[in-house]
Design a protein around this ligand. Sequence first.
Ligand code: CP
Ligand code: NVA
Length: 303
Amino acid sequence: MKHMLSLMDWSQEELLEVLKLSEEMRDKHTHDLKGKTATMLFEKPSTRTRVSFEVGIAHMSGHPMYMDATTSQMSRGESTKDMALVMNRYVDMFVARVNSHKFLVEFAKWSKMPVINALSDLFHPCQALADVLTMKRKKGDDKLVVSFVGDGDNNVTHSLMLASSLLGYEMRVGCPDKFRPNASVIAKCKQNHQKYGGELTITTDPIEAVRETDVVYADVWVSMGRDDTDERLKIFEKYQINSDLVKNAKQDYVFMHCLPAHIGQEVTEDIIYSKQSVVFDQAENRLHAQKGLMKFLLSEKQI
Ligand code: CP
Ligand code: NVA
């Protein structure tokens, strides 16, 4: 059974199929989840992910069930294996935002239903689906140059790198040396680039990262669960997306951010609310991309 824990084990063909289904599901109400329950477990806060999944499941005639980790037996140490074996008896799909990616891997091992990562410490694949869906709508099907500037060792960065490599885009990550992306993600992206084209550059120079790029992408400098805020705010200062930095990008670049943003830190107000910012279309596309993903995972003709 196919899950969406990360894009590490996805092919270009599968990703393109999900993107195609996402466009087909845009503004559509279906019966794909009729009579089915999809549980949404959250160990961390969320606005977009919770609401877009809840609405998307309802659009597909399913019952979205919110589960707060702190009020479940998970908070008292019930094993992940037992939780999965029990949930198998009640529900048909399991969406989870968790502290540790290991939880998802273990849960999926015992799960009889599709498991979807709604963000973990390592990956945020649903975000990346919406990101590339947005890029394709804004820029068409050409090969793009995508630049992420900020925290390289970050769930959003990792998933964006993987999605870009599967599409053969040129991906650049501008980050401090101490906050480089995870080595196994870099290795997987390099493999994908060999197969699908494009390349990955990691640089400590934010100007080099955004030079002549189509997409300038930012995320917060301090992700949920990190406790080294003071050090990060200092070290990331020169990685702010502002009007000086974007002068180096292509004239028609688009600005993207997974949100929530910390305006004045990773991005300035003039950039995030500029005409070239697509952050709210990007947020909307979470809904369409997740409907496409759920449709794909439920379909028998998974590639
Ligand atoms: N981008 C994103 O996942 O937002 P939430 O944390 O609000 O779900
Ligand atoms: N990297 C951020 C993404 C939030 C959607 C975090 O993990 O907090």
